[in-house]
Design a protein around this ligand. Structure first.
Ligand code: COA
Length: 218
């Protein structure tokens, strides 16, 4: 290595990093070990427990008025996202949905919820990473978007999600939510996949697929 190479190597590294999108999804630095759990697709019999978890969070960490939208998306199969639930010994602790926008390399996360008794134990992280893994290794970069009511923004920030603007709901109730998005590169996806596979989370991504829907149709 010449002296010039020696000087340029860190600069080159910095420049390469700078060229990368700044919102690439990632396993947070210093991420703790994920809790032992099984992540599987939602079944009709899960409705009551998912609804209960929703109600327990509603109004505290999450705005009131979205329950009907949430319930319809679970009950009506044509509207249902890939809904993943995390269970421990058969007991559902957390869940979250993901849907692809028809014809675009864009997916949307919906209603990531953890039972209040089990928050801050890694279940939210496990369900988030499993949803990203469920997309499959992207050939081209994908964008994963979500809307958040505020307090959970700090949670998503750690994974590389960046604020992209405000979303005004008129239906079912008037409210303003913040939009966030992150880029899923092939490399970032592989890191998420590897992290989940090396954890105590049992999740078979080959058994699930993320449905395509017209997300703009509501
Ligand atoms: C937001 C939510 C999904 C996160 O799930 P979780 O299981 O509690 O989070 P995890 O344990 O995986 O969190 C990982 C880290 O994020 C931090 N974190 C979790 N929730 C946070 C929050 N609301 N704000 C800031 N940091 C948060 C934790 O401190 C933890 O860090 P640590 O590992 O260094 O302790 C969950 O708290 C929840 O269901 N909240 C209520 C519903 C909601 O707001 N959902 C979001 C809809 S968009």
């Amino acid at each position: 290595m010449t002296r010039a190479d020696f000087v340029h190597a860190p600069m080159l590294k910095w420049f390469r990093k700078w060229l990368e999108p700044h919102d690439v999804i990632r396993v947070p630095e210093g991420q703790r070990v994920l809790p032992r759990c099984r992540i599987r697709p939602y079944r009709d019999g899960d409705f009551e427990v998912c609804a209960e978890i929703f109600r327990l969070n509603e109004g505290k960490h999450f705005p009131v008025g979205l329950f009907e939208d949430f319930a319809e998306k679970l009950r009506v199969e044509e509207k249902r996202p890939l809904e993943l639930v995390a269970e421990v010994d058969g007991e559902v602790r957390a869940y979250g949905g993901i849907t692809r926008q028809i014809g675009e390399r864009r997916a949307s996360l919906s209603y990531g919820m953890v039972h209040p008794e089990f928050q801050k134990q890694g279940f939210g992280t496990a369900v988030l990473l499993a949803r990203v893994v469920a997309l499959g290794k992207p050939k081209w970069d994908w964008v994963v978007a979500l809307t958040s009511a505020g307090p959970s923004a700090a949670f998503y920030d750690r994974f590389g999600f960046r604020y992209t603007g405000q979303y005004k709901f008129d239906e079912p109730v008037k409210m303003e939510l913040d939009n966030y998005a992150a880029t899923v590169t092939a490399k970032a996806w592989s890191e998420c996949d590897e992290f989940v596979r090396n954890s105590d989370v049992s999740f078979d991504a080959s058994e699930v697929s993320v449905p395509e829907r017209d997300l703009l149709a509501g």
